[in-house]
Design a protein around this ligand. Sequence first.
Ligand code: AP5
Ligand code: ZN
Length: 230
Amino acid sequence: LRTILMGPPGAGKGTQAPKIRDEFCVCHLATGDMLREQVQQKTPLGIEAKKIMDAGGLVSDDIMVGMIQDQLNNNKECKNGRICGGSVNTVVARFVLDGFPRTVPQAQKLDGMLEKRGEKLDSVVQLLIDDNLLISRITGRLIHAPSGRTYHKEFSPPKKPGVDDVTGEPLIQRSDDNVETLRKRLASFHAQTGPVAEYYKTKGLWHGIDAAQSPKIVWDNLRAIFVAKK
Ligand code: AP5
Ligand code: ZN
């Protein structure tokens, strides 16, 4: 499975992508998580990226394409396969991309990158949801920064308030998760990422699913698309 999960901020990419990773034994590459790791480590890229992310803008195409290329080549789970059900899934570079590509140039460069490897995307799924439903999702979100695990104060609360279910470590709110930044993130989604959906529609790869449903129903619908593709 080589797939892309796209959708506006709060649509549920980070909620659903780990389920795809586990069920279909692929590697999960989330560019937002990668950038947040750089921010946390205070690397030069992280310091620059934080300003852009907090302003709701997009980090440059060259940087993002470089990150994905590096991950496809060097990330152990993408390169050697993941261990699922006791055995190694050795077919290389099976992946779900979350948050990439976000612009048409990123999508074109991804195509070129895959072509060189003799690989092709088999689907692109967009989580469709009205902008006004995203405010409460974004303002109530809590994350476990080291793993990217996602919770919601109301819709998907952790077992113990404020701490990660798996590690017991504290949960935090993302610095871009406020109403003002959300508006800018939504504007850049519609202006820059909208055309990416059109790009994949003309290639016949695009699927859309209703992301306003419960996480369980969204997952059932997503799963059905990938099972049909298998
Ligand atoms: P990124 O981290 O990718 O943020 P985003 O696209 O804004 O998406 P989110 O992570 O906010 O939403 P999500 O769809 O993952 O929602 P989630 O599942 O968590 O990128 C951050 C920034 O990095 C960008 O703004 C940009 O600056 C930069 N960047 C990243 N990639 C880039 C690229 N390729 N090029 C340039 N710049 C890039 O769900 C949200 C909440 O809702 C959670 O609390 C969850 O529990 C809850 N929830 C989920 N599903 C449901 C449901 N069905 N019902 C009820 N609640 C739900
Ligand atoms: Zn996310």
